[in-house]
Design a binder for this molecule. Sequence first.
Ligand SMILES: [Zn+2]
Ligand SMILES: [Zn+2]
Length: 275
Amino acid sequence: MSCFICVTCGVQFAPGDAEPDHCPVCEDGRQYVGWDGQRWTTLEAMRRDHANRLEELEPGLTGIGTEPSFAIGQRALLVQTPEGNVLWDCITLLDEATVAAVRRLGGIVAIAISHPHYYSSMVEWSREFGAPIHLHEADRRWVMRPDPAVRFFSGDELALPGGLRLLRLGGHFPGATVLHWPAGAGGRGALLSGDTIQVVFDRRWVSFMYSFPNLVPLPAHVVERMVRRVADLRFDRIYGAWWGRVVDRDGEETVRRSARRYLAALDFEGDELEL
Ligand SMILES: [Zn+2]
Ligand SMILES: [Zn+2]
């Protein structure tokens, strides 16, 4: 029995004797099946030609990403708090070197994942560190490897150790979340946003999408609701889902300004596009 991993989205499936028939995560309109067709790997195979890099991004925050880049290429974030470490988002590769490095940082007491594209091999991480996995119940159908460690929450907020708040914004997925870290950015607050709120290449801006690879936007009322749900949070910095995708300061205003730009574009405001 092996737990096969989809090469395109990096999600690990429940144990089986043979490769799964298909990957529902990639067949969904928010993702895509790889151009060479559906392909599978395993953790054992990945450990032969991939490794993880850990990097402290600021005091109390460490990024963990795989090299060479695998599947969607996100990096996880380990938030250290006085009540234990929380792993925000997850990556597929877990190996001995990573386990040792994370243990040196104090291990993991809870895992929270923004949305199904990053469910990756969350069960492996959970078992290794004895940490529960917190997911929103609206995305229950996207769990490809069910496990008793997965705890679905309902409603719009879940309190996590160390004063962290897991907030459901919806948008990219009905259960899409962000993590608020009040102690981040030197006490000015940080928002760990996955791609629920996407830090774009011009890092003075963020965006909101139903599908990023397929460039499908979200309707105005959904974006307005997402922005309302972070309106009472204090945060200066925003950590997106990839290395370097960080809004360094003015996070709150960046979200508001970016939403205004987005809504204006949906309404074709202004004459810049007229022919
Ligand atoms: Zn997939
Ligand atoms: Zn995604």
